[in-house]
Design a protein around this ligand. Structure first.
Ligand code: SF4
Ligand code: SF4
Length: 407
């Protein structure tokens, strides 16, 4: 709402002589349909929280997931969805585009809940996540080293999407969401291929879109790292049976560290100093790569591609429409140059930020977890599916209250 109000100040309403403009109240900012979504989103998050943190039940989580799919996917057609709203927010922050309070709430409520309970949105509310959870036939574990590389991709998708949305080029996720056609029942070539690809891969690999593409997932991951009440495997003493680690298809559980290994200690410290020393070089390299990749992404901006077509004398529907408008080429070129500059600055900053994220990940991995004597969950990567609760033998004792230790 603050952004909406700020943009109305930046672009004041026209003054009419014989007409009084109605005064905007709070209710004007939140349309009824969006209010329903916000209400249902909050209710679903609360129910997911109870099922995951209190009941610790995989079956209950699957039921919430199914209900979330029916409501947010098939009833609300998955749009507007918090997953894509970061594009509206980026556009609004950079260009002062108006954004409704309802949209802002839809965007921020899941992030706030991640800050408290972890990624509950991914388990019980997000229709995209629900499709993947429910079509999963079997799970092939991706080796940890490959998984670590692939899970950096959502950050890249987030940064590029923000730059493109803020430059006025397009909202990429509206084209790249592979599950949207399932909810709107509109399959168009070549996007339907993406849907088929993710449906097939999702049957064998757990949550491929969530783990390796979703830009909102990257934001949720960041917030969930600082969760006040993060997911935890068991409150009882861990017996290090490894069943939870084997049961997690998302590589979100890490084993206890070998407390006696001195090799690990010295290698870790040396690696950490090396990484910190390389940080400025990494940021510089990221910025340079971002800067040089900008012209490629600038072609996605309609003004830039139109100028290119006009200069090359290509006949397209856009060039023919432009000729009919009578607008001057110089004005269009000025718009295109402004867009190119925005994309260039955005991509350079994005490249630096991406390099910083890679370094942060490497530094976090080289850190020694001296106090971790049992298997624990990475709250940023955990999608709150509840499979590890089902796998852990101590969990059953804890939930049913029949612990051998308590007898
Ligand atoms: S990672 Fe993205 S697509 Fe997957 S459940 Fe979370 S928000 Fe939805
Ligand atoms: S709840 Fe989290 S840690 Fe447990 S199996 Fe699911 S994703 Fe893995």
């Amino acid at each position: 709402m603050i952004i909406s109000i700020a943009s109305s100040v930046r672009f004041p309403a026209p003054e009419f002589e014989n007409h009084t403009l109605p005064v905007m109240g709070l209710e004007s900012y939140i349309s009824d349909a969006t209010l329903w979504r916000v209400l249902l989103l909050s209710i679903f998050l609360m129910i997911s929280g109870i099922c995951f943190h209190r009941c610790r039940s995989r079956k209950a989580m699957l039921l919430v997931c199914l209900a979330g799919l029916l409501v947010f996917g098939f009833l609300f057609k998955a749009c507007p969805c918090p997953v894509g709203l970061f594009q509206n927010v980026a556009d609004s922050v950079v260009n002062g585009q108006s954004i409704s309070a309802g949209y802002l709430l839809l965007f921020t409520i899941p992030l706030a809940s991640a800050l408290i309970w972890g990624r509950l949105f991914c388990s019980g509310v997000c229709p995209l996540g629900a499709v993947q959870e429910l079509i999963s036939l079997t799970t092939i574990q991706i080796p940890n080293a490959i998984d670590r590389i692939l899970r950096m991709l959502p950050i890249q998708v987030l940064l590029v999407s923000c730059v493109l949305a803020a430059s006025g080029a397009l909202y990429p996720l509206c084209y790249l969401d592979p599950y949207l056609p399932l909810f709107t029942w509109s399959f168009t070539f070549p996007f339907a291929l993406l849907t088929i690809f993710f449906l097939i891969v999702g049957s064998f690999i757990s949550r491929p879109f969530c783990r390796f593409v979703c830009p909102y997932g990257a934001l949720l991951r960041f917030f969930a790292i600082f969760a006040a009440k993060p997911p935890s495997i068991t409150n009882s003493d861990c017996i290090n049976c490894k069943l939870c680690e084997q049961g997690c298809p998302n590589n979100a559980i890490f084993p206890p560290e070998d407390q006696t290994s001195t090799v690990l200690h010295t290698t870790g410290r040396r690696r950490l100093s090396l990484l910190v020393a390389c940080l400025p070089l990494a940021l510089f390299t990221g910025g340079v790569i971002g800067h040089f990749s900008a012209p490629l992404f600038a072609q996605l901006h309609p003004d830039v591609s139109l100028v290119g077509d006009l200069q090359a004398d290509r006949q397209t529907s856009a060039t023919r429409s432009f000729a009919l408008t009578g607008e001057s080429l110089a004005r269009l070129q000025a718009h295109a140059i402004r867009a190119q500059n925005k994309i260039s600055i955005g991509m350079s900053l994005g490249g630096m930020l991406f390099a910083a994220c890679i370094m942060a990940e490497l530094i976090a991995n080289s850190r020694r977890r001296e106090h971790d004597k049992k298997y624990s969950i990475d709250s940023g990567l955990c999608l709150c599916c509840g499979r590890c609760y089902q796998a852990c033998p101590l969990e059953k004792i804890h939930v049913h209250g029949t612990s051998e230790h308590e007898k």
